[in-house]
Every structure is written in structure tokens, then in C-alpha cells.
Design a protein around this ligand. Sequence first.
Ligand SMILES: [Fe+2]
Ligand SMILES: [Fe+2]
Length: 192
Amino acid sequence: MEARDQRTIARILKVNHAGEHGAIRIYRAQIWVARRLYPDLLPFLTETIGHEIEHCRLFLDAMPQRQARPCRFMGFWGSGGLILGVATALMTRQGIWICTAAIEAAVHRHLDDQLHFVRDRDVQLHALIESIRGEELQHLRTAQENIVARTRWTRFLTAIISWATDVVIWLSTSGDSRKMAQDLAAARLATG
Ligand SMILES: [Fe+2]
Ligand SMILES: [Fe+2]
């Protein structure tokens, strides 16, 4: 494999691992609030955090053989996730669903791009990302089904969270995510 492709694959793992770490913190914060205010949401939230913990471990395990190292700013992801999780959960229970839908939609977009890139380059990683994407899609669908009305507020909050997610990804990976996106886009163009 070309060195550039190898670097991109290492970046994919670094960004995904950090993202899962952030997701764990978001769900942990939401669980903390839901225990007090919306106990009916706990079954979904506890099942989902279990998935994210497993995803985080799987991405970490896939790193050494691909010369990838965890992001140096994991604390940043952790605090960002906690703040976002608490802030949206305290709004209303709709805040939890809107936040979850926005985050999971961003995750889904990223994984789709990555699958396209790794398909012919790393079969093992392709299988791993595909199996994880199945669960992320389940999180996204559940959240979307629970959003009762698509108001201007929903769109505004979704836009803010999507933007914040991209900024956190960019900052915490020192621009790696942008380079990764460029390489993924180039690969898409090359293969059509
Ligand atoms: Fe995940
Ligand atoms: Fe998820």
C-alpha cells in the first residue's frame, strides 16, 4: 500500500477512536440527566453507550497494526462531549433526540466516506467499519423517529451541533480530519 494511503487509514482510525470517545461522554452526560428527569429514555441510552464503548475498543485494537496512535487531545473530546450532552439534555427530552440525531448523522456521513476509501485497501477495516455503521444507523433512526416536530429550532440546534462536531474533530486532530477528508474526496473522484 502507498504511504499516503497508509497515513489516511491511520487518520481514519484516530478520528474514529476520538469520535467514539466523545460519543461515550455525550451519552454518559445524557444518562446522568435522564436518570433524574427522563427515566423512560434510559433503556435506549444505556444500550447505546454500550455500543459506543465497544466501538471505541474495536477502533483502538485496530490501531497498532496500522501505525495509528490515539489523538493527543482526547481530553478535549471528553469535555466537549460532556458539555454538549448535559446542555442539550437539560433543554428538554427533545434536546437529547436532536443532539443524538445530529451527532449520529455526522458519524454516518464520515463512515460512508471511509468505507468507500478502505474497500479495496483494507478489507479487514472495511468489515469492521461496516459492522459499526449498522449500529450507528440504528442510533440515528431511533433518534430521528423520536423527534416530534421539525421546527426552526430543531434545524438551528442541528446546524449548531453539526458545526461544533466538525470544529471539535478539526481542532482535536490538528487538521488530520481535513487532510483525511481531502484524501477521501480524491479517492472518490478517482474511482467515480
Ligand atoms: Fe459508535
Ligand atoms: Fe452511535
